[in-house]
Design a protein around this ligand. Structure first.
Ligand SMILES: Nc1ncnc2c1ncn2[C@@H]1O[C@H](COP(=O)(O)OP(=O)(O)O)[C@@H](O)[C@H]1O
Ligand SMILES: [Mg+2]
Length: 308
């Protein structure tokens, strides 16, 4: 059965000495094989933690609840780590933390290509092709370089090359265009799209970059305070959740109308809808009771009583 990725009531709580932080809070979502899903939402809403839960890379003090299924089979953290770098590729968020300063780019790429069991010569050839695909016109020079010799944008593109080196079926990209200028963002979008031709079936792309999500994704999940409040193919044109509507209005191209109020503090759990304190439509019930997942159309999910 190859039917994609499912999260079922997934939660992640960081157990810190003085407090618990619920970073992911009851996420249920379906990411069918063959789709590119964008995950958008304000900083701190739990996007990266959701990704780390999928990859089995959370620290030991993180308590995970609920289930993840890949192609209908439960995916344990151990299983996920085993598949990382073969079936699942990661394009991580932060180049400075992800590249080893003492190793050349060639060493990073050769390691990422190891599971493909190529000769050193073909691996180097592959590494050059990958760098080429990610916009480097002189790959030999990049292979010899150390991370600090590259700009942040170049490091980000190297990470894209490393994450896709193993020709994974799934790719998780965490802010792949962060810190890149417009041209390079366009290049990363093209490259991510071209990965589909190289055997990558499905992607989860965590991003603040709305044009990237619009140009790349078949569906978009909107996260807020650890929850996915809306998931669907057409959130840009037909946003259903009041938070999605407010988020889109806050974008420069829609007049930059800032969202009133503040998001719940990290770790703060409200009994009702997390957006209720800022929502122009909130009723007393919204503050008290958490909305279920409603499906106005089969492929749309929204957690808001207005769609009950
Ligand atoms: N390793 C950690 N230990 C404790 N808290 C964490 C850890 N990683 C993330 N958090 C907290 O979890 C919440 C979600 O973080 P994150 O997923 O990184 O947000 P973002 O949506 O910006 O990617 C934040 O409040 C963050 O401070
Ligand atoms: Mg993040």
């Amino acid at each position: 059965m190859r039917n994609g990725l499912q999260f079922h009531d997934l939660s992640v709580t960081f157990r810190l000495p003085n407090t618990d932080i619920r970073a992911v809070d009851g996420v249920t979502a379906d990411f069918p094989a063959g789709t590119i899903t964008g995950i958008i939402g304000e900083s701190g809403c739990g996007k990266s933690v959701l990704g780390l839960a999928l990859l089995g890379l959370l620290p030991p003090y993180a308590q995970v609840g609920g289930n993840i299924y890949l192609d209908g089979m439960p995916l344990t953290a151990r299983d996920a780590r085993r598949r990382l770098g073969t079936e699942i590729g990661l394009i991580p968020q932060n180049p400075a933390d992800s590249l080893n300063p003492a190793r050349t780019i060639a060493a990073h790429l050769l390691e990422a290509l190891l599971p493909r069991k190529l000769s050193r010569r073909s691996a180097l050839e592959q590494a050059k092709q990958l760098l080429n695909a990610f916009g480097f016109s002189a790959p030999e020079r990049i292979l010899r370089a150390y991370p600090h010799e590259l700009s942040g944008g170049m490091q980000q593109r190297v990470l894209c090359a490393i994450g896709s080196a193993c020709s994974p079926r799934w790719i998780l990209a965490d802010e792949p265009t962060k810190g890149l200028d417009r041209d390079l963002r366009g290049q990363v979008q093209e490259t991510l799209l071209s990965l589909k031709k190289r055997g990558v079936e499905s992607m989860l792309v965590i991003t603040h970059d709305v044009p990237l999500a619009q140009g790349l994704c078949n569906q978009v999940a909107v996260m807020y305070a650890g929850q996915i409040l809306e998931l669907g193919p057409d959130v840009w044109n037909r946003p259903l959740h009041p938070y999605t509507q407010a988020f889109l209005h806050a974008l420069p191209e829609h007049g930059f109308q800032p969202l009133q109020g503040v998001a719940p503090k990290a770790g703060e759990r409200l009994p009702g809808c997390p957006f209720a304190p800022r929502c122009p439509h909130a009723s007393e019930r919204c503050h008290r009771e958490r909305p279920a997942a409603y499906h106005p159309q089969p492929e749309q999910m929204v957690r808001c009583f207005r769609y009950e």
